[in-house]
Design a protein around this ligand. Structure first.
Ligand code: AMP
Ligand code: MG
Length: 428
């Protein structure tokens, strides 16, 4: 496991006082080591979990050549330039194999999904045929080629081939695919455990009486929601007083139980509290100023677990402002936690949308504005900002369906310019 100094030495132009957003991601990618533990879970328990090993298919899917249509199965080598007339000698249904043989000039009525009778490779859909009087059908000329409307055995998944890959997050489609192989359980990485608490003497817990200068804790609730959506096991350690003993107890408890710790508040420059001092005392921690808005101050590192057999917990010391918490989570913590979970790197794809308004932006820092993406009259995507963009204004986040990402080198945006948007759907 690398120390923070070792990681810093590997990175080009690392400056903890002016780190780019990309620099943060690069640093975290080197800091975080995936939890290795695997467990086997039933398919219905596996939604959103990360596969710990490839799933090799024990079978062909579909298991037999079968019909893709309701129609008539026949030997396609008989197709020529003209019409083809065939005698219907029986019917085969899904779920049962046709037992008889089918000779030249003959066909079998077949239902979708039914096994192709031996020697037959082509299906003419019922609606394309003309029925002659005496139990014969006529297939019009030039309508079909041999092999049409037949699904091949193994065309979805071949036996012995990986059907799902290690590091995949199991989607509804993946659950269905695992089941289609006849596999009742899948190997997944154990859930990542994340402990979190809020700091600050001005922070009230729900149920506390309001008092002057104090605000209710919102960060624990957004962090809870973000972690839950990601499939983490959460350990809520509440609001922790700004006292060395309380902070030490919270960090020690968190590091003994969790793979990662998220705190909010107390990492700003000039902050006259004990949070930073305690992080330094209990672990290997760097304090950054990030070239971003909102966000800026952040602490990152590892807190010792107190157990030689367990690695320390990764620490994300987020700023206190509620919007900054969500933005730094989405930009940095989420990709790092996915890596901890053993998931393949998957940055959510950014959409391009036309900005409905001019946006002031300073080059040399990454800015995240809360935005609402909609479809314009011409069918293209457009985005507007959602009200007051202050880093404490959580309502701007509630009203948004995505984050407008204004990249490090980007300058002012004119109305009508394309901008990148990270959509929330599927992410939070
Ligand atoms: P700090 O980073 O501790 O300087 O906090 C920045 C701002 O965020 C201050 O206005 C705090 O009152 C506010 N803040 C800090 N923690 C929380 C929290 N858990 N919930 C709501 N607001 C908070
Ligand atoms: Mg504070």
């Amino acid at each position: 496991m690398k120390s923070l100094d070792q990681i810093a030495a590997e990175l080009q132009g690392y400056d903890p006082q002016a780190l780019s957003a990309q620099g943060v991601n690069d640093f975290l990618a080197r800091l975080v080591e995936p939890v290795g533990e695997m467990q086997s879970v039933a398919i219905m328990e596996a939604l959103g979990r990360v596969l710990a090993a490839d799933v090799i298919s024990p079978v062909d899917v579909p298991p037999h050549d079968n019909s893709a249509m309701d129609g008539f199965a026949f030997d396609g080598s008989q197709l020529g330039d003209g019409e083809l007339t065939l005698e219907v000698i029986g019917t085969t249904l899904a779920g049962k194999a046709w037992q008889g043989s089918v000779g030249p000039g003959q066909c079998v009525k077949i239902m979708t999904g039914a096994i192709m009778p031996a020697g037959l490779d082509t299906v003419v859909p019922q609606e394309f045929t003309k029925t002659a009087t005496d139990g014969r059908i006529v297939i019009p000329a030039k309508l079909l080629a041999a092999g049409d409307n037949r699904r091949l055995a193994g065309e979805d998944i071949a036996r012995g081939k990986p059907a799902l890959l290690r590091g995949d997050r199991l989607t509804p489609a993946a659950l269905g695919l695992a089941a289609s192989l006849g596999i009742p359980t899948v190997p997944v990485v154990r859930r990542v455990r994340v402990a979190y608490f809020s700091t600050g003497d001005e922070i009230l817990s729900l149920g506390d009486a309001p008092r002057e200068g104090a605000v209710y804790d919102s960060n624990r609730y957004t962090v809870f929601g973000l972690l839950t959506r990601l499939g983490c096991e959460v350990i809520d350690l509440g609001v922790v007083r700004d006292e060395p003993a309380a902070l030490e107890a919270a960090f020690t408890d968190a590091a003994s139980r969790a793979d990662a710790i998220i705190t909010s508040g107390g990492v700003s420059v000039g902050e006259a509290d004990y949070t930073k001092a305690m992080m330094k005392k209990l672990g290997d921690v760097a304090f950054w100023r990030i070239a971003m808005r909102p966000g800026r101050p952040m602490a990152v590192g590892r807190i010792e677990s107190g157990d030689a057999k367990r690695p320390g917990a990764v620490l994300f010391g987020l700023p206190g402002n509620p919007v900054a918490v969500m933005v730094t989570f989405l930009a940095f913590v989420r990709p790092a936690l996915l890596q901890l979970m053993g998931a393949k790197a998957e940055q959510p794809p950014l959409l391009k949308a036309r900005s409905e308004e001019a946006i002031r932006k300073k080059a040399g820092r990454t800015e995240y504005q809360r935005g609402w993406v909609s479809v314009a009259a011409d069918g293209s995507l457009q985005v507007r900002t959602t009200g007051n963009q202050g880093s404490g204004v959580l309502s701007s986040m509630v009203q948004a369906n995505g984050l407008i990402v204004l990249h490090h080198a980007q300058g002012n945006v004119a109305a009508g310019d394309p901008v990148d948007v990270m959509m929330f759907e599927g992410v939070i």
